[in-house]
Ligand binder design. Structure first.
Ligand code: ADE
Length: 240
């Protein structure tokens, strides 16, 4: 997969992309990430990329031209998702990450300042994504989140690590423990020490369901649950 990122701050990506799973995926050619500085397509000697809003108001707005020129240079084929990161976008989710991970190419545009000229939304992007209902200082951190979630879904990216994340089955993850079995009098649940794998699998699944019912009941409507598992939820609700 190839991901092109248009940004005014390409240096910001060095940390997250230079470590751990993302770095390994890049090194192993599972993903190719190209950073493009929008300022290189800025206007005039000073490479201007933003201007005052028509109609007045606070702050600056990113101009359409530098973004359009940056995109043109990328020779984007029809059908390539071109996504603007913005708090006005649809909320990013595991499902969106899974969908985008199927694509051979993805373009991400990081908005900055008070926003981008509306004509960018209307004519240059295919999608707008928000990472949550809060405002951060620009699309860069949001793009990093999106890229990380996508790369985790690319075949081979996780190597020896688990391929089953929390959320992938629509449920929150079950509780995990490691050594020591006793710490300050706090014990690891006995079933996990029993060596009985069938019981452990059952316990984990139940814990996932209970935790999801308690913390994120909204997720349960899309989860694939058996009749007896739905019963666990009913009991949870009764016990509350
Ligand atoms: N830019 C600023 N806030 C954002 C958010 N919540 N999601 C995506 N891009 C953003």
């Amino acid at each position: 997969m190839r991901i092109d990122i248009l940004t005014l701050f390409p240096e910001m990506f060095g940390g997250p992309f230079g470590h751990s799973i993302i770095k390994r995926a890049i090194d192993n050619n599972i993903v190719q990430i190209e950073l493009h500085n929008i300022r290189n397509s800025g206007i005039g000697k000073h490479k201007v990329v933003d201007d005052y809003p028509y109609g007045g108001g606070e702050g600056m707005v990113m101009m359409p031209e530098p973004l359009f020129d940056s995109l043109t240079k990328l020779n984007i084929e029809n059908g390539t998702p071109t996504v603007l990161l913005t708090p006005q976008g649809r909320q990013f989710s595991q499902k969106t990450a899974d969908n985008l991970a199927q694509k051979s190419r993805l373009i991400l545009i990081c908005g900055r300042y008070e926003g981008v000229d509306e004509r960018v939304r209307e004519h240059m992007v295919t999608d707008e994504i928000s990472i949550g209902d809060y405002v951060i200082s620009g699309g860069e951190l949001a793009a990093m989140v999106v890229v990380d979630a996508i790369i985790r879904r690319l075949p081979g990216a996780l190597g020896a690590e688990i391929e089953q994340d929390s959320m992938m089955n629509g449920l929150l993850e079950y509780p995990q423990y490691t050594r020591p079995a006793q710490y300050q009098g706090w014990e690891v649940p006995a079933v996990l020490l029993s060596g009985n794998h069938a019981e452990i699998t059952k316990w984990r699944r139940q814990q996932s369901i209970k935790k999801t019912a308690k913390r994120r009941p909204d997720l349960l409507k899309d989860a694939d649950l058996s009749e007896s598992e739905r019963q666990i939820i009913q009991n949870e609700i009764k016990d509350r």
